[in-house]
Design a protein around this ligand. Structure first.
Ligand code: NAD
Length: 356
């Protein structure tokens, strides 16, 4: 039995799988990965760790109260890193229900299970416990041409995804103020890096570029996002988990503001350079502008001063170095990409080969 592990929810997703990898490689902590394996959960992202002695995967839904209570009782975690969520804005516009179920109700159920566990723990010994909720800068809404999101910026979520994450942030905060649960909240800007599901901007553009397909950019491509390499986010999560003050919120961002079209142009340059067999050079000619997403937020940008001053975290990658690593990873891992694109990563584990 793994002693006092970290309980990571959503560890089969993009950021969660990087979190699992980091804690197994860079620390001697045990990791329990609780994941429902929705379309976004891919066990192949963690295939090489399946028999790691400090790792265990538990196939479970955070909305299932009984299962969550059993998991806390069985594994006695030292902390929860809660990443499980529905995470794609476009899907939240088409079908918001799953976002309310997992992001709001699921977070509530997890908080209840954590509170019951922590109350028993606090009675038996003064053991340390943390509930770390991983959230997004999208809860703050949209910025104009200037200004940055700070921890005390007002919540103004615009998409169903952002609203569901905002609701979950409020629940986590309330469980601290009302019940004393030792929580931490982090709000991070857009992540990019290896193993991101190819519905998101950067992997979609890289994979379409590799195949010579068009590179669809919303509107005029002038929406601004503040990009952070996933491993920099993961290091920030570890620092907040270990050194953050319970009840506090920390913003995490990369100081890498780019318009969407700038991002796609950089990807095209990297593909021109790194993908030498391509017959589609220059990839820039594949860019096409498509109808904008409804309610598309104009600009996000993070003031990450608090986490830098109080906890000493700073990103290591620039956008250029991180993007180069990312494009190279997709070029080197085309089997992972193919199996995600044709759905076989999903069909085989569900035993429904051949179904859509
Ligand atoms: P993702 O969509 O890649 O992964 C989500 C994971 O959660 C998947 O493995 C999925 O199977 C699992 N999951 C979904 N519903 C579940 C449920 N009911 N029970 C158990 N597991 C469930 O998401 P991501 O991009 O890795 O984001 C992880 C977290 O970080 C999310 O909470 C997201 O809001 C937050 N976040 C993401 C970004 C970003 O740019 N991707 C930025 C800031 C914050």
């Amino acid at each position: 039995m793994i002693q006092q592990p970290l309980l990571i929810t959503g560890g089969a997703g993009f950021i969660g799988s990087a979190v699992v990898r980091h804690f197994l490689a860079a620390t001697d902590r045990g990791v329990i990965n609780v994941d429902k394996l929705t379309y976004a959960g891919n066990p192949e992202s963690l295939e090489d760790l399946a028999s790691h002695p400090r790792y265990e995967f538990v196939h479970a839904d955070i909305c299932q109260r009984e299962s969550m209570a059993q998991i806390f009782a069985r594994y006695q975690p030292e902390a929860v890193l809660h990443l499980a969520a529905e995470s794609h804005v476009d899907r939240s516009i088409d079908s918001p229900a799953a976002f309310i179920d997992t992001n709001v109700t699921g977070t509530y159920i997890l908080l209840e299970a954590a509170l019951e566990y922590w109350r028993k723990l606090a009675k038996s010994a003064q053991a340390r416990f943390r509930f770390h909720h991983v959230s997004t800068d999208e809860v703050f809404g949209s910025l104009g041409a200037t200004g940055l999101f700070r921890e005390d910026s007002p919540y103004q979520p615009n998409s169903p995804y952002a609203a569901s994450k905002a609701a979950s942030d409020h629940l986590v905060r309330a469980w601290h103020h009302t019940y004393g649960l030792p929580v931490l909240i982090t709000n991070c800007s857009n992540n990019y890096g290896p193993r991101q599901f190819p519905e998101k901007l950067i992997p979609l553009m890289v994979l379409n570029g590799i195949e010579g397909k068009s590179l669809p950019v919303y509107g005029a491509g002038d929406n601004v996002r503040d990009w952070l390499y996933v491993e920099d986010h993961v290091r920030a999560l570890e620092i907040v988990l270990d050194k953050g003050r319970p009840g506090e919120t920390y913003n995490i961002g990369g100081h890498n503001e780019k318009t969407n079209v700038e991002v796609v142009e950089l990807i095209c340059q990297l593909l021109d350079e790194l993908f030498s067999q391509s017959s589609h050079r220059p990839h820039r000619s594949l860019i096409t502008f498509v109808a904008d997403r409804p309610g598309h937020d104009r600009r996000y940008a993070i003031d990450a001063g608090k986490i830098a001053r109080e906890l000493g975290w700073r990103p290591r990658e620039t956008f250029e170095t991180g993007l180069r690593k990312t494009v190279q990873w997709y070029l080197d891992n085309q089997n992972w990409c193919r199996r995600v694109q044709d759905g076989s990563y999903c069909r085989e584990r569900l035993g429904t080969k051949g179904q859509a």
